[in-house]
Design a protein around this ligand. Structure first.
Ligand code: 5RP
Length: 232
C-alpha cells in the first residue's frame, strides 16, 4: 500500500529532515525506541528531542547515535536492559519492494541488526534513491573478524563479486565492535533471505548487511513530491 503527502520540491537534506520528522508518529509514548545510525537517522534523533519527555529513552545502534542522543538529553539504555521494543527507526543504503534492505554504509550493521531483531516493527526512513528492484548495486557491507577477511574476500570472488576491506585514513576501518568491514560489489541479490542465511554461516562473518530476516515493515520514502509511506 502507498500513501503520500506533497510539499513543494525539497533538497535531499530537507527530505531527510522530513522523513526523520515523519517517523515520530511511530514512536510510542511511555516506551523505549530503537534508534539506528546515519545522516537520515540524525534528523530523526534531532526531531525525537522534541518528545524526549514523552519517552523513557532509546536503545542505540552505534556509538555515534548514542553520543547524539545523550547530547540532546535522551536517555540511552543497553540492549540487554530491554526484552523487546515496539519500533526501530533506521535508514538504509538500499530497500526493495518487499522491505528487504542493504545496510551498513555507516559500518553500524551488526548493532543495527541486533536492535532491529529486538523490535516488533522496523520503520525505514530513506530518500527515493535508495529504492531498488534488486539489492546489490550499493557495495554490500559485511562485518568480518580481521583474521578472516582474506578468505571471505576470496569466497565472494568465487561467487562472481569483487570485495575489498573498507579503509579509513589509509588503514582498515575498525567498527564499534573492533572488527573490519568488507565491501562487496558485482552481486545481484535475487533471494535476500537465502543469501543472508548462507553468508551468515561463513566462518569469521559477524554480520552481513542484507536485512531480510530483519526487513522493514514500513518505509517512509522521501521523494520529489513528498513523503510516501510504503507498507510491506
Ligand atoms: C549505517 C546504515 C545507514 O542506515 C545507511 O548507511 C544509510 O545512511 P544514510 O541515512 O546516511 O544514507 O546502515 O550503518
Amino acid at each position: 500500500m502507498t500513501t503520500s503527502t506533497s510539499p513543494a520540491a525539497l533538497s535531499q537534506d530537507q527530505l531527510k529532515t522530513l522523513v526523520g520528522q515523519a517517523a515520530l508518529q511511530y514512536v510510542v509514548p511511555g516506551e523505549i525506541v530503537g534508534v539506528g545510525t546515519g545522516s537520515t537517522v540524525n534528523k530523526f534523533i534531532d526531531a525525537l528531542a522534541s518528545m524526549k519527555d514523552q519517552i523513557k529513552g532509546a536503545v542505540s545502534s552505534s556509538v555515534a547515535s548514542t553520543e547524539r542522543l545523550l547530547a540532546l538529553g535522551i536517555k540511552v539504555f543497553d540492549a540487554n536492559e530491554v526484552d523487546a521494543l515496539s519500533v526501530y527507526i533506521d535508514g538504509a543504503d538500499e530497500i526493495d519492494g518487499k522491505g528487504n534492505m542493504v545496510k551498513g554504509g555507516g559500518a553500524a550493521l551488526t548493532r543495527e541488526k541486533i536492535v532491529a531483531a529486538l523490535s516488533k516493527q522496523f520503520v525505514c526512513i530513506a530518500d527515493e534513491s535508495k529504492l531498488v528492484t534488486t539489492l546489490g548495486k550499493f557495495p554490500l557491507p559485511v562485518e568480518v573478524i580481521p583474521m578472516a577477511t582474506k578468505r571471505v574476500i576470496a569466497q565472494f570472488v568465487a561467487r562472481g563479486g569483487s570485495a575489498k576491506v573498507r579503509l579509513k585514513d589509509g588503514q582498515p576501518l575498525v567498527t564499534d565492535n573492533g572488527q573490519h568491514i568488507v565491501d562487496v560489489t558485482g552481486l545481484q541479490i535475487t533471494d535476500p533471505l537465502a543469501f543472508e542465511a548462507e553468508i551468515s554461516q561463513w566462518p569469521g562473518v559477524v554480520t552481513v548487511g542484507v536485512f531480510a530476516y530483519q526487513r522493514a515493515q514500513v518505509c517512509l520514502l522521501g521523494t520529489a513530491s513528498g513523503v510516501k509511506t510504503l507498507t510491506f
